[in-house]
Design a protein around this ligand. Structure first.
Ligand code: NAD
Length: 307
């Protein structure tokens, strides 16, 4: 593939200023520029956050996210367009965010932040706070995100279990269940953290039955994609006390609509699909793009290739 023009689509500004990435790639072989929808049509390759139809004129699309559920995979394949994603770079950021969620629940930091807004000085009931050490987390999906969570949970002395399609062992995970054993895996964990991609298989993976299977004192954490959870079932489970709380970075509809009951629930932490945000993000993307430019120039296969 001949890449003379590399466009940084202006949609990446959702995560970092496009000029940062343009400058970080300025010394690569192709001419690099920030482009809008129209400008992208003239590029051989485009680095993007959003998907636009004009990208069908390019030969290579690189998504700055790990998830690629919004790209028309079949159409790209039919047209011979390469799609690569950014999996592999979010283990630290999302891992730390998930540890933050769990610490916030256990040490009641979320509760105190809410109280502070109301200038309230209330200590928690004696039996509400706990420590993460000795508590359990079940990580569903043991790829980059899942391992990032597992490693950090381990470091705090948590008992880490996980779910992986193959069931094969993963370092730092005490017991790995297969997908068929999902119910058993999530039934006893204090925290269940979802880190799977959104696929036909994982859509609404966590629904009414799974929420009923979880412990009444447990918390659901979702940093994958909103539709991996049946959101209506989650609201009901929280209202009915089937689970104790949730920390959610992703939603079926984003931004989360203002009238969603999730905003107001005491034991729910809502973050704006920002679990992976970090100021070093553009550098990690530059590394992935540079690597693939080099591989392409050497006639090798693209890394992180989806299509
Ligand atoms: P990854 O490809 O490294 O890991 C995903 C893992 O899930 C793989 O090991 C895969 O085998 C496994 N998996 C797939 N289907 C499964 C199933 N049915 N049961 C159990 N495991 C299954 O991807 P990643 O970088 O870890 O990201 C995972 C997903 O998280 C992405 O697809 C994206 O949707 C989401 N994500 C969200 C954020 C955020 O900001 N909240 C950031 C990065 C990724």
């Amino acid at each position: 593939m001949q890449i003379d023009q590399l466009g940084i689509h202006d949609s990446v500004s959702a995560v970092f200023p496009p000029e940062q990435l343009r400058d970080a790639l300025a010394d690569t072989a192709p001419a690099v520029s920030v482009v809008d929808d129209e400008g992208a049509r003239d590029c051989d390759a485009v680095v993007t956050f959003a998907y636009e139809e004009g990208f069908l004129e390019c030969e290579w699309i690189h998504s700055i996210q790990a998830g690629y559920d919004r790209f028309p995979l079949e159409e790209l394949e039919d047209r011979g367009i390469v799609l690569t994603n950014s999996t592999g770079i979010h283990g630290e950021s999302v891992g730390e965010t998930v540890l933050g969620y769990m610490l916030s629940v256990a040490r009641r930091l979320g509760q105190y932040a809410r109280q502070q807004e109301r200038t309230e000085w209330n200590r928690p009931d004696w039996d509400v706070p706990f420590t993460l050490a000795g508590e359990s987390v079940c990580v569903v999906g043991l790829g980059t995100l899942g391992r990032g969570i597992a490693t950090r949970a381990n470091a705090l002395g948590m008992e880490v279990t996980g779910v992986r399609r193959s069931g094969e062992p993963v370092e730092g995970v005490e017991r790995v269940y297969t997908s068929d054993e999902l119910h058993e895996a999530i039934s006893e964990a204090r925290f269940v953290a979802l880190a799977v991609p959104l696929t036909e298989e994982t859509e609404e993976l966590i629904g009414r039955t799974e929420l009923a299977t979880m412990d009444e004192g447990s918390h659901l954490i979702n940093v994958s994609r909103g539709s991996v959870v049946d959101q209506d079932a989650l609201v009901s489970a929280l209202e009915d006390g089937e689970i104790r709380g949730a920390a959610l970075d992703v939603f079926a509809e984003e931004p989360l609509p203002k009238d969603s009951p999730l905003w107001e629930m005491e034991e729910v932490l809502v973050t704006p699909h920002a679990a992976a945000y970090t100021r070093g993000y553009y550098e990690a993307i530059a590394g992935l793009v540079r690597g693939n430019l080099d591989r392409n120039a050497a006639g090798e296969e693209f890394e992180n290739r989806v299509v």
